[in-house]
Write a protein that binds this ligand. Structure first.
Ligand code: SF4
Ligand code: SF4
Length: 445
């Protein structure tokens, strides 16, 4: 058992090699049964070899080298380097036989067979090392990256500040950040499995600004320990740069017709934040990234069609053109008295803070994963009611995304919603309206 564990990778590699060879032979045999035409046999061989390479790639990726990412950009890079590596070793095999056997006109069948065997051994070893060190090479994760991974932040990327749109320069100046600074964009997925009955997903979790403050302290501690004189600041929301644009430039997502950043794994249920620092990517143990061009908005029109206020406007290119009316999310945050039309919009949508309609209907949300970040999974509000709001201490209230507007606005919305949705007595064991992350099922669908 110990031997198997110790040599798992080598055994799996030979096993994968055996299976792909078998696929090659069986496919070729089956296809050549159909016709004995030599042209057809060449064609059958091409199909058999191609199929065996695909099988070899899948087995090596999943079982031998355990490369876990299935992001299109990673898959494409691995598949292309795998094919190039295999083509290279295939050419080596041809050249080896040509120079050792064909060129000197060796006729001894045993010597020819030995040379072919030797060539296969070399090719097998070469393929293994090419896969290990080039094709499925594990990216070295910097300590900085490790802090983010430990938090559950999988999507972060490094770009130069010069590639960002600076919108509030005074924030850079205030923090001593020059134009040659480095930006590390981060995505914080926030959607939990626990769905709130009357709040949008972002309003049912704790305020992400608090999370960013916590994270900022951890990152700053690490940075200052290694580089005490480095300039470093974490921003979220109140940022010197256009965050959505920077996240797109970083390859973390793209802008949908609903105006939101969409990430391939978490759809648009992500908050944005960024560290801006005087340190270079090398000092951070990171590298600059390029824009991921593989996914874009589908321009399917689903968000536009479903939007309760009709405020998503697109032109023939699918891009946002103008805002025809107000977003319902902004209406829920209005101070003072609401008009009858605004009230019925809120009640029809069922969310007393925020609106998720355009996010929920987006095809990218169908297979979107839930957040792995503990902060967001703890203390999710399943249903906000007047009693709960009343019993919230000032500290608890301040930890909520709707707190910045004061108690009156959310109180007004809650009482309006309660009037329209009278409370039904719940069984005792489900009375607690907040949940703890520990009680949730495994995240993700
Ligand atoms: S949040 Fe709601 S109201 Fe605003 S654009 Fe999306 S669907 Fe429309
Ligand atoms: S619903 Fe369709 S059009 Fe709207 S953001 Fe999603 S993919 Fe784009």
């Amino acid at each position: 058992m110990g031997f198997l564990k110790k040599h798992r990778k080598i055994i799996a590699y030979f096993f994968a090699g055996g299976i792909s060879t078998l696929v090659n032979i069986v496919t070729f045999t089956l296809l050549t049964f159909i016709s004995k035409n030599p042209v057809y046999e060449v064609f059958a061989n091409v199909i058999a070899v191609s199929l065996s390479i695909i099988v070899a790639f899948i087995l090596n990726k999943i079982f031998v080298f355990k490369s876990k990412s299935f992001r299109p950009i990673v898959l494409l890079s691995e598949a292309s380097s795998f094919i190039i590596a295999r083509a290279g070793t295939g050419l080596f095999d041809i050249a080896f036989i040509y120079f050792t056997v064909t060129l000197p006109s060796v006729e001894d069948p045993w010597l020819i067979m030995s040379m072919k065997l030797l060539s296969n051994v070399i090719v097998t070893i070469l393929n293994y090392f090419l896969s290990e060190f080039i094709v499925f090479r594990k990216k070295r994760v910097s300590h900085f990256g490790k802090i983010l991974f430990a938090e559950g932040i999988e999507y972060y990327a490094c770009i130069p500040l010069s590639s960002c749109k600076v919108t509030k320069k005074y924030l850079l100046d205030k923090n001593g950040l020059e134009s040659d600074s480095t930006v590390i964009m981060m995505l914080f997925p926030y959607r939990t499995k626990q769905r709130a009955e009357n709040l949008s997903a972002y309003a049912s979790v704790k305020d992400y600004h608090l999370y960013v403050d916590e994270l900022s302290q951890k990152l700053e501690k690490f940075i200052k320990k290694k580089h005490p004189s480095a300039k470093f600041k974490v921003f979220a929301d109140h940022s010197p740069i256009d965050e959505v644009h920077a996240a797109c430039v970083s390859g973390l997502g793209f802008i949908g017709d609903n105006g939101l950043l969409i990430n391939e794994r978490y759809s648009s249920f992500v908050f944005l934040g960024e560290c801006i620092t005087s340190l270079t990517p090398k000092e951070l143990g990171l590298t600059f990234t390029k824009e991921d061009e593989f996914r874009t908005c589908l321009h399917c029109g689903k968000c536009k069609e479903a939007c309760p206020t009709g405020c998503i406007a697109t032109d023939e290119n699918g891009a946002d053109k103008s805002i025809k009316s107000e977003c319902l999310s902004a209406i829920t945050q209005k101070k003072g008295a609401l008009t009858d039309e605004e009230k019925s919009l809120i009640l029809e949508n069922g969310s007393i803070w925020g609106c998720d309609v355009c996010q929920n209907v987006c095809p990218y949300t169908k297979n979107a994963k839930y957040t792995p970040i503990k902060f967001f999974n703890d203390g999710v509000i399943a249903r906000l009611d007047a009693e709960m709001l009343e019993n919230m201490s000032d500290e608890e209230f301040k930890a909520r995304p709707f707190a910045w507007r004061g108690r009156e606005v959310i109180k007004r919305n809650v009482s309006m919603w309660e009037e329209a949705n009278p409370k039904v007595d719940k069984p005792k064991d489900t009375e607690d309206a907040t949940t703890n992350g520990a009680e949730l099922d495994e995240q993700g669908k």
